[in-house]
Design a protein around this ligand. Sequence first.
Ligand code: NAD
Length: 438
Amino acid sequence: MEITCQRESVAIVGMGYVGLTLASVLSDKGFRVYGYDTNVEIVKLLNQSCSPVFEPGVDKILKEQIGKNLFVSSTFPRQFKGSVIICVSTPIDPETHEPNLENLRAATQTIGKNIQPGSLVIVRSTVPVGTTRQIVATTIHAKVPEVFIAFCPERTIQGKALREIVDLPQIVSGIDAESGEKAAQLFSGISSKTILVSSLEAAEMIKLINNCHTDVIYSYGNEIALMAEELGLDAWELIHAANEDYPRPNLARPGFVGGGCLSKDPYILLSSFANGGYSSKLIQYTRQLNEYMPLHTARKCLEALLELKEGNVQGAKILICGFAYKGVPPTDDTRGTPALPIIEFLRKYPLDLYGQDFMVDSSVIKSFGVTPVDIIDGFRHADAAIFLNDHPNYRQFSLSTLIDKMRFPALIYDSWRILDGDIMANQHGVQYMGIGYG
Ligand SMILES: NC(=O)c1ccc[n+]([C@@H]2O[C@H](COP(=O)([O-])OP(=O)(O)OC[C@H]3O[C@@H](n4cnc5c(N)ncnc54)[C@H](O)[C@@H]3O)[C@@H](O)[C@H]2O)c1
């Protein structure tokens, strides 16, 4: 087997979204990368050069690099010497919202058994502040004291990850100066800028406050939407006019805040304050508000439908468009999708639920308990169409032709204003609504 470049050996633990995109960039830059994942299905797919996730550019690199600079296995390399980057999932408990760090603990144990002195272990997973020192460093140093420890968070956006790994500054920290420098050196091999911060905890917190900031900003758009609805105003009109040529921070559009990270990182930050001291009320309220928006949408849709159908919604055909948690940049990721709570709510009523998405596989749509359809079949005789994301294809469709096929009076709920409100207001037989409108 030909190895073109042996700059440095890097093992990546967890070949999910974060591990895979990082492994792709590193191998493309000439690092010799060993991807390790406990999920044998993922390992099998990757060894066939197929990406288990949708991310532009990854498939091409896999085709070029598998067996050349990138080797994927369900066993961690023995006696490994080099850099190890931990990218395992750190989910939260759906009921308690407490972080579950079992994957991180298991990964750390495996690394501790197989690593050689002088190696560097970097945590890339998102963790509560203090975790890298308390769990990772403690476990590994108990087995091999001469290992460098760092935390360097992942901050890319899905859909643009390969470009952002290279373009975004990489936040870097170490348990000591040498660890930080080693981590900075590694990341300077792929990224144009590294920012070395004073401690592991500072870097862990930076990741969390970045995502919580996004959550907070979006929640303000949602707060405006709820207030506007109450006052009979159009939130989008208010926000557009307020932002136009006004030299202050822009108001955010209202909408759903989903995805694997934004729906859990606020809880991970909050769990860092479990000792009874200060705990952020802003972060708590923000999450509550953003989590309420799907339920609000579901209730509004049901109320409108009951009114349109004079109280009888038995067998009404409801088309739900957009199961990925966001439309732009396109993704097939359904983690934190508003579709789930909306379907759970609507399922309690005698409705026929159908689902459509341009990116998400129909088997995944089916797993939500709805019937997968394409957009044309979905609109035929539909009593309601609910748009949950703004995938660019929705704007390209001649939706007015599709709307003509609905069963009138019909409801269109346009969460992201992908349709022209003026045209829709004059569409005969259609009630047009959206978040913060109608
Ligand atoms: N997805 C994102 O956009 C994003 C962005 C920034 C940070 N993060 C954080 O990065 C981490 C990984 O996220 P992700 O989206 O890649 O998760 P993911 O669920 O897509 O992938 C995690 C992978 O780790 C594997 N794994 C779990 N335990 C393992 C173990 N002990 N040994 C080896 N492999 C193991 C799983 O099989 C899975 O393939 C999380 O902490 C997440 O919060 C994610």
